[in-house]
Ligand binder design. Sequence first.
Ligand SMILES: O=c1ccn([C@@H]2O[C@H](COP(=O)(O)OP(=O)(O)O[C@H]3O[C@H](CO)[C@H](O)[C@H](O)[C@H]3O)[C@@H](O)[C@H]2O)c(=O)[nH]1
Length: 583
Amino acid sequence: MATSGSSHGPSTDQPPPSLPNSGSAAGVCIMSNAWKDEQDPSLISFISAFLGSNSFRLNFVSISPDLIFNCGGVSIAFVFVTKWDDCCNVGSIFNRVKRLKAQFARLYVVATLSTKEQDDSFMRSYFHFSIRYEMEFGKPAFVLVTDPEMGFEKIVKISTSRGMCKQQKVASKVKVELYLAIGSIEAAAKTSKEDILANTDLSSDKADSLSRDSLKVQKVSILFSKLLEFVEMGSSVEQNILVTGGAGFIGTHTVVQLLKEGFKVSIIDNLDNSVIEAVDRVRELVGPDLSNKLEFNLGDLRNKGDIEKLFSKQRFDAVIHFAGLKAVGESVGNPRRYFDNNLVGTINLYEAMAKYHCKMMVFSSSATVYGQPEKIPCVEDFELKAMNPYGRTKLFLEEIARDIHAAEPEWRIVLLRYFNPVGAHESGRIGEDPKGIPNNLMPYIQQVAVGRLPELNVYGHDYPTEDGSAVRDYIHVMDLADGHIAALRKLFADPKIGCTAYNLGTGRGTSVLEMVAAFEKASGKKIPIKLCPRRAGDATAVYASTERAEKELGWKAKYGVDEMCRDQWNWANNNPWGYQKKL
Ligand SMILES: O=c1ccn([C@@H]2O[C@H](COP(=O)(O)OP(=O)(O)O[C@H]3O[C@H](CO)[C@H](O)[C@H](O)[C@H]3O)[C@@H](O)[C@H]2O)c(=O)[nH]1
C-alpha cells in the first residue's frame, strides 16, 4: 500500500511499532486457533509481527480464552465478545465466562457493544444471570467497549476503578498517552490523505479509503501496544497469598521470600507450635515498606468462622498451606489430634477456597509419603505408603488433593514433598524453635551445642551405610522457601499443572554422623554422642530425585551441608533459647 514516501503517513508496510520499554523476551501470547480463524488474516499477521517486534512469542493453540498473555509467570486471559445478541447467545457467553473464571485469576471479558440497545441489554443480562452463572461484581472484569478499536481506554478505566492497578500513576500515565495517541492518529490520518493526493494521481475517494485502511491498522497497533502495557502492568499487580501456618519454621522463611518477591501475604496461624515474635522478626527482616504488605491473623483452620472471616474480607490469588502438626511420635500416641488438626483443618480450607473461587494451592507434603522406600533416590511416581498417623495425614491429604482435582479440574495444586528441612535465615534472626524436647536431628544437635541438652542420642549405628548411621537428604530452609516461590509461579503460569507432586531435596544423602561432624566444624563445639539402638520406623537411607522440580519448576537447591550447619549455628548461637528471651 503506497503512501508516497510520507514520513508520518500510516502504512501497512511500515514495521510494527515497538513498545518503549520492551526488553528481550517480554513474554508469551497464546492465541486461540478458533479466534484467529474468525479474524481478518491481515489483522492476525499484523498482531503477530507487532508482538514479535516487542519480544512477545506468539503461539497459536486450541485454548478456551481467545488470548492469554503470560509475563513473568502471571497469566492474563482475554475473551472477546464481538457479537452480542441477547435473544440467542447470552447463556453460552456467560457459561463460557463462568468456566474460564474458575481457571484464570485474571480474566477480562472485552465485550463490544456498539449501540445503546446492546449496552442496555448487556446490563440487564449481567444482573439477571449473575447469580445463575456465579458472577460476582468485578470477577471477572467485564470491559464494555463501544468503539471496538479503542477498547483499551475502557480497560484502563475499569481496571483502575476496581483497584486492579497497583500504581494508579502508571494507569493515568497510560491514559494520558492514549489520549495523545488518539490525537496524533487523527492528525496523521489527515496528513496521510493530503500526502496521498499530493504525491499520487489517485482519486480523492481512493485516497480516502487508503487512509482509512491505514488508520485502522494504526488504531489496532495502538490498541495492541496499550494492551501489552496493560498486561505488563497486570503482571506487576501484587498477588495476594494466604499462608497458613506462616509463623512456623518453614512458614516464616517462605513469608520473607514472598514479600521480597513482591507478593502480599496474609498469615493465618493458631500459634500452637510458634510464637508471634517470629512474625515480628519477619517484619524486622523485610523492613517497614514490605512489612506493610504482611498481615497476621490469629486463627485456627478447624474453626470455619476463622477462615470465613479471612476470605470474606479479601481476595486471595493462591494459598500456601503449611499449617499442621508434624511430630511422628506424638501422632502415634494421639492420632485423633493429628486427624483433627491436619485433616479437618485442610478440608475446611478447601471449602472456603472453593466458595471464594480461589483454586490454587501449594501444599506442604513430606517425603514421609514414600514410607520405607524400596529404591533411592525417591521419584515422585513411586508407590506411596505411610508409616504412622502423621504420615497418614500427609498421604490422605495428597489423595484428597488428587480427588478434588479429578472432580473439579480447574483446581491447580502443587504438592511439595520436603525431605529434611534444616538451617535458618542467614541473618540468624529466624529459625526453628520447637516446643519441648526436639524430635528431629538438627534442632536436637543445636540444643546440645548451646548446652540445653547434654548429649545427642544417635539412633542406629548398624545400618548398612558407610558409617552405620542412617542417611537423609537435608535441605536448607531458604532453598525450601525458594521452592515455594517456584511452585507458586508455576501455578500461576501453567493452567495444565493439575495436581502435581514435586520433591524438594538436594538429591544428596548425608549420614547422621556426617551431619554431627559438619555441625561441629561450623560451630567449633564438640557434640557428645551416645550410640543407641535404631528408632522404630526409621528408614536406612532416603534421598530425593530432584529431576522433576529442576525441569518443571526451574528450581534447584543451592546450599550444601556446610551452609546448612553454618546458618543453623548462627541462629542457635544468637538465640540459644529460640524466640524466648531466656528460660
Ligand atoms: O535425636 C535424634 C533425632 C534423629 N536422629 C536420626 O536422625 C535422622 C533424621 O531424623 P529426623 O527426626 O530429623 O528426621 P526423619 O528423617 O526421621 O523425619 C523427617 O523426615 C520425614 C520424611 O523423610 C518426615 O517428613 C518427618 O516428619 C521428618 O521429621 C534419623 O535417622 C534419626 O534416627 C538421631 O539419631 N537422633
